[in-house]
Design a protein around this ligand. Structure first.
Ligand code: PLP
Length: 460
């Protein structure tokens, strides 16, 4: 065995303890660390011809790369909709790599059943019926892609064509209707060969990001007899607006369409009695996207997709090979996901749900909403700032009261970033350049708001 590797094997306990001590230092200091990392990367070095073992690699990482990493795991990182990792989720993630299972098939391990138990817990958490079966994927983009791949197969089924066998060319154009669809929907349509232009962006309700359901009905009526995909947006990234899902579901009685619900983070509304009504009808969707690495606060590389048509999913992702075994009555995950080999990413979610349950995750959602509202109230009172939408849930969308050009908003956000006190991202809402502060980290509380607001004021 190569000597540094052999040495690491004999020093394993000490080395893992050192790494764990370092990880603990990082996390206990997260509130003091600048929210964004050092702006410039270190000079790249050449591939080491002979490594010096884990200790040396850790020291090199600590000195060259760690200073540039953001405080994304901390409470005042409000960019995108990121979330952090709860202690249990982090431990689950470590153990994922420790056991290094490949839950592709059940030939050697019960790991796939742990994934199934976790999926059943998520079903219960979001009020989904047993008609929905799920799989873990890498993120909400991949979840949307899988959902739309199943939708595509369904469109083929409506026209008597098996797309998974004969390809899209046999079918002709597919129509997709949506309101304020997330960028990843367009990306998925591109990856699936349906094409971005297949999506007709329908009118939104005045001043909102929710689709005008009457316009949707008119669009469906005008395409009667065609097989259509409708993407409902359950929580938009700018203002956390929700399509009227119950009304869209009601249209299913009169028109034939596949309903895909992108509830990447908005579906977490189901966890709080104050917001649960916004997800009414979710179970009736044909496919659903839920992100775990956002509001569930598990480490990156985790989302789930659910569908009522596992049979079609199996057709799309079937991976036959003698050495993998045949698809059983309960199909192995290898026949259901884009990946073949994959990590047991369900384990982090399993730990999070086992450790904190429904109540713990409801608390994260409600605490984040309270923090967003507290920030929104302060912004609303400040003469130089303007809220662009009421704070529905966990995102505050606001802009400069005085000529919010792209350049001015970006410079304002850059000053906040440079302060190291908070991190916010830009957006364009109904033609106005704006800032978003998104709360989805389990550590964030209203006590973080004075510091965040100070950074915003100082950047004016
Ligand atoms: C974040 C997000 C996605 C994409 O999620 P990734 O996990 O980054 O792939 C899709 N839809 C919505 C509504 C989102 O908020």
């Amino acid at each position: 065995m190569y000597p540094p590797l052999q040495q690491d094997r004999s020093d394993l306990e000490q080395l893992l303890q050192d790494t764990c001590r370092y990880a603990t230092e990082v996390l206990t200091g997260i509130d003091e660390r600048p929210v964004t990392g050092r702006a410039t990367s270190p000079t790249r070095v050449h591939l080491p011809e002979s490594g010096h073992g884990l200790s040396a690699a850790l020291a090199d990482f600590q000195s060259r790369w760690a200073p540039g990493f953001s405080g994304c795991a901390g409470p005042r990182y409000l960019g995108f909709v990121t979330g952090g990792a709860t202690p249990a989720a982090l431990a689950g993630d470590w153990l994922t790599s420790t056991f290094d299972q490949n839950p592709t098939s059940a030939l050697d391990s019960t790991a796939p059943d742990l994934e199934r138990e976790t999926l059943s817990w998520l079903r219960a958490l979001f009020g989904l019926s047993d008609a929905h079966e799920g799989t873990f994927v890498t993120g909400a983009t991949m979840s949307n892609m899988v959902g739309l791949a199943i939708a595509r197969e369904w469109v083929g089924e409506q026209r008597g064509i098996q797309i998974s066998e004969h390809g899209l060319a046999a079918l002709g154009p597919i129509r997709v209707f949506s309101g304020a669809a997330h960028a990843s929907i367009y990306k998925s349509l591109s990856m699936l060969g349906i094409g971005r232009a297949a999506l007709s962006a329908l009118p939104l309700l005045p001043g909102r990001e929710a689709v005008d359901v009457q316009a949707l009905e008119a669009a469906l009526r005008s395409c009667a007899g065609e097989a259509i995909i409708v993407v409902a947006n359950i929580g938009t990234v700018n203002t956390v607006d929700f399509d009227d899902l119950a009304a869209i579901v009601a249209l299913k009685a009169r028109y034939s369409f596949w309903l895909h619900a992108d509830g990447a983070f908005g579906s977490f509304a189901a966890l709080s009695p104050d917001f649960a009504h916004l997800t009414t009808g979710l179970d009736a969707a044909d496919s659903i996207c839920l992100d775990c690495h956002k509001w569930l606060n598990v480490p990156y590389d985790s989302a789930v997709q659910f569908t009522r048509r596992r049979d079609l999913q199996l057709r799309v992702f079937q991976n036959s090979a003698a050495y993998l075994g045949e698809a059983a009555e309960i199909p192995d995950f290898v026949h259901l996901t884009p990946e073949n080999s994959r990590r047991l990413r369900a384990l982090a979610t399993w730990f999070a749900l086992a450790a904190y349950g429904r109540a713990g995750h409801r608390d994260i959602v409600e605490r984040n909403v309270a923090a967003a509202r507290a920030l929104g109230a302060q912004i609303d009172r400040h003469p130089a700032l303007r809220l662009l939408a009421p704070v529905q849930m966990n995102v505050v969308c606001f802009t400069l009261a005085d000529s919010p050009t792209q350049a001015r908003v970006q410079a304002f956000l850059q000053r906040i970033t440079d302060s190291g006190e908070a991190f916010l991202t830009p957006t364009l809402l109904h033609g106005t350049w704006a800032a978003r502060a998104a709360f989805s980290n389990w550590r964030s509380t209203t006590q973080d708001i004075p510091r965040v607001f100070q950074a915003i004021q100082d950047a004016l």
